[in-house]
Design a protein around this ligand. Structure first.
Ligand code: C2E
Ligand code: MG
Ligand code: MG
Length: 421
């Protein structure tokens, strides 16, 4: 007799055996539900992996007890804290409520949210894309804490199509030059001159027009393709810099954005080294920006990467400080040369009113100082913001006030002027 492959921790089906079983069960009258636990990584960190495992087993038991066990439902754990249920559409919402309420009642003093995304397959939908849609619905409420479940709708489908297009077209977009790099000025506040640039990728697609980094970066990260873009961007930056260098024109260091995943997906340091060597760009001309959305698992790989980059002579900057929930831990665990304060700090900032924002900004600046890092403020849009940042002693700033991302030569032609070494 064929024995289905079971997940060792929970006893539910694995992703592969779920797909195998579900293939035969298609058609109307069904619902696919994707469950994900909020902040599961933080839970593990706070309470330890054993309690994390206990929670996963508990969820599996609750799912098993709630969704009809008479063979009408299929239950699986796809990975980590991702559970999927194929069940009858008529009772699905009621059962999701039951699961969520039961789980919360067991853990009243811990904030646990088991998000659910629902998709009702139509005749002919295959199970994989049905699961993708349920997941998309589940992901769509990640940041909306007022709801715990959500049904898939067509706008999400367009998002899915765009994601697919991005993944299918990436190689062509790179080889045909649909992806370009623009540069945004970074200004030293003590001199008022441009002391650096940040390289930002742009995708101008002949078929669908401009695709924003907010769309293609997360997609490439989710599907572990981001290193292709980052290697391409690093090479392009070195070529652009090399052209100016050969013409004897002045330069200031450029910041290149890397994803923490690059360190796992390829030899990103080797790639940067060779891009710089081919174009004869000294390491001190290249800074590496890494965002703070760094999770526990890749800590060693990333830490080694950061240390190696710094030992080689690159500066490493922490990007978007303050935008995620783990900023302070990241600062504690990794070493950076500069910290870039996220533009949210300045959002709606009024120098005469925003007392709390001022306390937060100035105390974090003090902390950066104590740790021997330079501080850069992102998203500076007004003269008043600039005046305040200068008055409390920020080192550098960046934002539309000084200039939007632009072509390299345009940046060097700005009236602001360039800092000379
Ligand atoms: P980031 O690294 O934090 O870059 C700053 C973003 O803020 C850029 O958005 C920039 O255009 C925008 N910005 C700058 N000044 C202002 C301002 O005064 N006001 C406002 N509202 N926005 C401002 P962009 O170019 O859309 O890039 C978004 C994010 O995508 C970047 O955030 C970065 O994390 C990522 N990214 C861009 N290019 C690359 C790349 O080549 N590789 C990787 N891994 N990520 C990239
Ligand atoms: Mg950046
Ligand atoms: Mg940033």
């Amino acid at each position: 007799m064929h024995c289905p492959e079971k997940d060792a921790l929970t006893g539910l089906l694995t992703r592969a055996s779920f797909h195998e079983h579900a293939r035969g069960i298609t058609g109307a009258g069904l619902a696919v539900v994707w469950f994900n636990l909020d902040n599961f990584k933080m839970f593990n960190k706070r309470f330890g992996f054993e309690r994390g495992d206990d929670i996963l087993r508990e969820i599996a038991l609750i799912l098993g007890g709630t969704f009809p066990a008479d063979g009408a439902s299929l239950l699986a754990r796809f990975s980590d804290d991702n559970f999927v249920v194929l069940t009858d559409w008529a009772t699905v919402e009621m059962n999701i409520d039951t699961v969520q309420e039961y789980l919360y009642s067991l853990h009243e003093n811990v904030t646990l949210r088991l998000r659910a995304g629902i998709y009702f397959p139509s005749e002919g939908d295959d199970i994989r894309s049905s699961c993708d849609r349920a997941k998309l619905a589940c992901d769509s409420i990640r940041k909306n804490h007022s709801v715990s479940s959500c049904m898939f709708h067509d706008a999400m489908s367009r998002e899915l199509e765009l994601q697919q297009y991005i993944l299918d077209t990436l190689d062509t977009a790179i080889s045909r030059g649909y992806i370009s790099v623009l540069y945004q000025p970074i200004v030293r506040l003590s001199t008022g001159k441009i002391c650096g640039t940040e390289a930002l990728a742009r995708w101008n697609d002949p078929e669908i027009g401009i695709i924003s980094p907010a769309e293609f970066i997360p997609t490439l990260e989710n599907y572990r393709e981001i290193h292709k873009l980052d290697i391409y961007a690093a090479r392009k930056v070195c070529r652009d810099y090399s052209a100016r260098k050969s013409a004897g024109l002045p330069l200031v260091p450029v910041s290149v954005n890397l994803s923490r995943l690059d360190f796992e997906l390829c030899d990103i340091i080797g790639e940067i080294e060779s891009a710089a060597a081919v174009c004869d760009i000294p390491r001190r001309m290249i800074n590496i920006e890494i965002t703070e959305s760094i999770n526990d698992e890749d800590m060693t790989v990333l830490n080694l990467g950061i240390e190696k980059l710094r030992a080689l002579g690159y500066e490493v900057w922490m990007d978007d400080f303050g935008s995620g929930y783990s900023s302070l831990n990241v600062l504690k665990d990794y070493s950076f040369d500069t910290i870039k304060f996220d533009m949210k700090f300045l959002h709606g900032f009024d120098i005469n009113k925003s007392e709390k924002a001022k306390y937060i900004i100035s105390s974090n600046l003090e902390m950066a100082r104590l740790m021997g890092m330079e501080a850069l403020a992102e998203g500076v849009e007004t003269a008043l913001q600039l005046e305040y940042l200068r008055s409390i002693g920020f080192d550098k700033a960046q934002g539309y006030y000084f200039g939007r991302p632009m072509k390299l030569d345009e940046l060097f032609a700005l009236e602001t002027g360039i800092e000379t070494a």
